[in-house]
Design a protein around this ligand. Structure first.
Ligand code: UD1
Length: 426
């Protein structure tokens, strides 16, 4: 089994580059289904989730061609007039985000058959709000043999209130509404930068959307959309991961290509911890030359602090001065990560959706398993501040969302290698 072998002790220093966000690119790629012709998505990260989304679209009859122009990776997706509206289980189970093809398929073909993604290591992730919204728009939805089967004879605008500002539900409803008859209003819509990015791409395809960036989106359906070219928003979660790595290792990292305005709360935590944040035209720099001070974390939908940054924050807090309270409001099962970091000597106790982290001077290297993408990078950060060797297993999770992660770490001075494990069995 391949693992990341981390030898702790380095103070990370230097500069890294952030490209397009996984959680945007997957949705942008799915949205190309809305218009026949060749659409291009740029600022593409070279991660395995993108490969799987590409295979999913190819299975529906699309062509996909990757290219690199002026050091920017892109994928051009050629969408046929007639799509095969089916997303099979073997691909959907690998990336839960593939459920985002549901809205575009219904809008384009009036039909979709998308495998139910199934369980996920960060907890149960129901789709009830996706379904309720689409049903209000006249879509008949049923579960048959593990698939979501959706049919609509006439997709029509509706007033939809979401119980919670779900990213996925907002996206599926929005991508169906752009081609529906009449106006759809989504209240309590998610406001993540990735939602704004998707709205902007849809507008560039000819969609009519008001309230972009607010919690009320008003979408007036149009007859048809046209192909486009759009660059994905930078990955704020990857950028925030580097900020936490700088804090934990008492380092100095410049993150190029990032948008600090998408990380306001996290960067404020860096400040509370005694770090220095320098905002630059093309990103930001985080540096700290002392042991970080503890800070509390409450995860919330954007503009709150992202749940996808919670494990990385816990990793930094595990070596901070003082005690921190973590409140996880989105995915409780994310705390599975705490059992792993505890194997490295971290003092973390959980109770329901709260965790208490008492900072230690240092951790102690151990074999640990990544339970999901963010847990994986959190454990690598912990390994960087641990005595001796840490082996992080199940690194396919990290490859789902981080481009050349260990190379970038090495560029910053870390001792990290991808090796065959001497500890974990096959
Ligand atoms: C997306 C991100 C994920 C991130 C999450 C929250 C992608 C591919 N994934 O996931 O990395 O952690 O946003 O920022 O973009 N919920 C329901 N019913 C529904 C839908 C959601 O109860 O129909 C609940 C979920 O269980 C969760 C909360 O709503 O507690 C938020 O989930 P949601 O925003 O939908 O997350 P995803 O779109 O799945």
């Amino acid at each position: 089994m391949q693992v990341l072998r981390v030898v702790g002790g380095a103070r990370l220093s230097g500069s890294v580059e952030v490209v397009g966000a996984k959680n945007s690119v997957l949705k942008l790629m799915a949205a190309t289904l809305l218009a026949p012709g060749a659409s291009t998505v740029g600022n593409l990260p070279a991660i395995s989730d993108v490969t799987i989304m590409r295979q999913l679209l190819e299975g529906m009859g699309c062509g996909a061609q990757e290219s690199r122009i002026d050091a920017v990776d892109r994928v051009t997706i050629t969408v046929p007039d007639k799509l095969s509206p089916e997303a099979p289980y073997d691909l959907v189970r690998k990336i839960r985000g593939s459920i985002c093809v549901l809205g575009p398929l219904i809008a384009r073909t009036g039909r979709a058959k998308v495998a139910l993604p199934g369980g996920d290591a960060i907890g149960t992730r129901p789709l009830d709000m996706h379904f309720a919204g689409l049903e209000k728009m006249g879509v008949d939805i049923r579960i048959e043999h593990g698939y979501v089967v959706a049919d609509s004879t006439e997709l029509r605008g509706a007033n939809i209130w979401l119980d919670f500002p779900s990213v996925g539900a907002t996206e599926n409803i929005m991508t169906a509404a752009v081609l529906a008859k009449g106006t759809t209003v989504i209240d309590n819509a998610a406001r993540e930068p990735e939602i704004v990015d998707l709205c902007q791409m849809l507008v560039s395809m000819g969609a009519q959307i008001d309230g972009i960036g607010s919690s009320t989106l008003e979408i007036t359906g149009v007859e048809g959309l046209h192909a486009t070219s759009h660059d994905a928003v930078p990955d704020r979660i990857v950028a925030g991961t580097w900020a936490m790595a700088a804090l934990a290792t008492r380092g100095d990292i410049t993150v190029r290509g990032a948008k600090p305005e998408h990380l306001r709360i996290l960067l404020d935590k860096v400040d509370q911890a005694g770090g220095v944040v320098e905002t630059r035209v093309d990103g930001f720099r985080v540096s700290i030359d002392r042991r970080p001070k503890s800070f509390d974390v409450v995860t919330l939908p954007y503009p709150g602090l992202a749940t996808d940054l919670q494990p990385q924050a816990i990793a930094a807090l595990s070596v901070a001065e003082g005690t921190a309270m973590i409140t996880e409001n989105l995915f409780e099962a994310r705390f599975m990560f705490c059992d792993e970091i505890a194997r490295m000597g971290a003092d973390v106790r959980t109770d329901g959706h709260h965790a208490v982290v008492r900072g230690r001077e240092a951790l102690s290297g151990a074999p640990v398993r990544a339970t999901d993408i963010r847990a994986g990078v959190g454990l690598v950060i912990a390994g960087l501040v641990a005595d001796g060797v840490t082996e992080v297993a199940e690194i396919h999770h990290i490859d789902r969302g981080y481009v050349r992660f260990e190379e970038q770490l090495r560029d910053l001075g870390a001792d990290v290698e991808r090796v065959e494990s001497t500890t974990f069995g096959g």
